[in-house]
Ligand binder design. Structure first.
Ligand code: ZN
Length: 181
């Protein structure tokens, strides 16, 4: 199926409508929405929470007004409307979904960050190892070059063999006698 069509099928209005009419199906569509909309991990939990809290607000106000014994005009009328009890259950569902998805998305965020950091640390460690090895090899190479600059070929006066010596004196490789420049 075309990605654009899937985007429309799992769009936000469809998700919200299904959550109202068939909550279980709505949850599946909400998960589908995460797959087809970028950044949904960020905005979907917050949207659910915001709408849920707004829908629950009259009920919350009623509880607060009872506790502090004051009355809000026409609040009880609104609360007694049959449509409001439906809206209230819908609001509660959205708050619950919002909290759960917010916790999950934060958890995934932390895990992803930890994973990324340890990967970066690993790569840095590898680069450092390589750099150390290169420096070591460079030093060895420099030592070799320095050594070869100071080397001289000396013919052993005792056995006539060619010897490479690095200072002014050395030992013949073949007869073990002292030789010098
Ligand atoms: Zn010799």
């Amino acid at each position: 199926m075309n990605n654009q069509v899937l985007k429309l099928i799992f769009s936000l209005p469809v998700v919200l409508l299904l959550l109202y009419l068939f909550p279980v199906l709505g949850v599946f569509f909400a998960i589908g929405h995460l797959f087809y909309h970028k950044k949904a991990y960020y905005y979907l939990p917050r949207l659910f929470l915001s709408i849920g809290i707004i829908l629950c607000l009259p009920k919350i106000l009623e509880i607060v007004s009872q506790k502090f014994s004051f009355t809000i005009a026409s609040l009880s009328e609104l609360l007694e409307m049959p449509i409001y009890s439906q809206m209230y259950s819908y609001g509660k569902l959205l708050v619950i979904l919002g909290v759960i998805s917010l916790v999950l998305s934060e958890l995934f965020n932390v895990l992803a960050r930890l994973g990324r950091n340890s990967l970066i640390d690993y790569i840095k460690g590898q680069e450092m190892e390589t750099a150390k090895l290169t420096a070591k090899n460079d030093l060895k190479m420099k030592e070799k070059i320095e050594k070869s600059k100071n080397s001289h070929v000396v013919i052993c006066p005792y056995c006539g063999a060619d010897n490479l010596i690095y200072t002014t004196t050395g030992t013949c490789k073949y007869c073990r006698k002292k030789i010098s420049l």
